[in-house]
Design a protein around this ligand. Structure first.
Ligand code: PLP
Length: 386
């Protein structure tokens, strides 16, 4: 392989980790669907002993993912949540965690119900730099957990500014980059210490695998995370890693298509009489539109909206759409739609949901790559019924 760092993302996604099989010439390397590896003498092997520890198919995916995030190391795990959990496992007991106030429901849940007796936790509106500076200085966290854009409010934080401020107090910064994928945003380049992804979403892109990944440059931290993964066991199966390698090849064209469709749908809905408000980083009405332009190379495929009406009208709209599949998750080629208050964010207490703006008429949309005219018609037909 030529130095993968000189290649564009669309090429990396297809070629890195995808060398033809040396023994047979197969252009697509086989799936190493094996749990164990033969040794010629005790301790004598070819680098692989047992698939919980390492598997050649998973290693290929790790190589590809590291290159896409401009990272030295990547660790592939059985789910996004197990990747997130490994990072918290690596954090010493008694550490102080500062977390954005609008994060993935599962991240919120694990911090508040699984690790709540292990760490101190504070949350902050990470779009408010002044509030971030204040809490960094008074609370002095060891780890800062960010999402940008956030889920489901699509708020954008100034990643580089937060990293600079965190360095001054010696805190590490982790960014969950699931919403942008490595195609539109590379947080390690902005100084973040670790990037986490749910491979389940855009990276695999076909709604048929659950997986996660951590990308980073620090060898010592990588070794610790690998040790934890090998000890605790959330390693991805070879078959799932192979499916992600298959899905990831089209990451570049999928992300371009998601973003193009999302922009058209966002503009269409912003002018629709049945819609109160649309949130999409690509719209100039988005409060951090300029910041989004400066730290992302595209605006992604996620948008949120408020229906004019209450729970009844919103439910009706969600029942009436056909192409938009009413389901949790996001980032698949098919368009998905969901009701955060009842579905993905039900684990966030209702008072906090109200503060964030996750109301009964609030809807999150993952715009797929179907023909955009069909998508517009589907939304319009459903909106006519309310
Ligand atoms: C889905 C998701 C996760 C969790 O990933 P799983 O693969 O479902 O375990 C974490 N963060 C974000 C932003 C997500 O969308």
């Amino acid at each position: 392989m030529t130095n993968s760092k000189n290649l564009k993302k669309g090429t990396q996604a297809i070629h890195v980790g995808n060398h033809p099989d040396k023994t047979t010439g197969a252009v697509i390397p086989p799936i190493y669907q094996t749990s164990t590896f033969v040794q010629s003498s005790p301790g004598e092997h070819q680098g692989y002993e047992y698939s919980r520890s390492h598997n050649p198919t998973r290693s290929r995916l790790e190589e590809c993912l590291a290159s896409l995030e401009n990272a030295d190391y990547a660790l592939v795990t059985s789910s996004g949540m197990s990747a997130i959990s490994l990072i918290f496992q690596a954090l010493p007991k008694g550490s102080k965690v500062l977390c954005g106030d609008d994060v993935y429901g599962g991240t919120y849940r694990i911090l508040n119900t699984i690790y709540n007796d292990r760490f101190e936790l504070k949350q902050v509106n990470s779009t408010d730099l002044e509030a971030v500076h204040d809490v960094l200085n008074s609370y002095k966290p060891d780890l800062i957990w960010l999402e940008s854009p956030t889920n489901p409010m699509l708020q954008i934080s100034d990643i580089h500014a937060i990293v600079e401020a965190s360095r001054k107090i010696g805190a590490k910064v982790v960014l969950d980059n699931t919403f942008m994928s490595p195609y539109f945003q590379n947080p390690l380049d902005l100084g973040v210490d670790m990037v986490v992804h749910s491979l389940t979403k855009y990276i695999n892109g076909h709604s048929d695998v659950v997986g996660g990944a951590i990308m980073l440059n620090d060898k010592e931290l990588y070794d610790k995370l690998w040790y934890l993964q090998n000890s605790i066991g959330p390693s991805q199966s070879p078959f799932d890693s192979w499916l992600v390698l298959r899905g990831i090849k089209t990451l570049a064209i999928r992300m371009e298509a998601h973003a193009k469709n999302a922009m058209i749908i966002a503009e269409f809905l912003e002018n629709h009489p049945k819609i109160e408000k649309v949130i999409y980083p690509g719209l100039s009405s988005h409060p951090q539109h300029e910041l989004a332009k400066s730290q992302m190379s595209g605006f992604g495929g996620m948008l949120s909206l408020y229906i004019k009406g209450g729970l009844e009208e919103t439910k009706r709209f969600l029942e009436e759409v056909n192409l938009f599949v009413l389901a949790e998750s996001l980032g698949g080629v098919e368009s998905l739609i969901e009701h955060p208050a009842i579905m993905t964010h039900a684990s966030v207490p209702s008072e906090e949901r109200a503060i964030l703006g996750i109301t009964d008429n609030f809807v999150r949309v993952s715009v797929g790559i179907e023909d955009v005219n069909d998508l517009k018609k589907d939304l319009n037909d459903a909106l006519k019924t309310i």
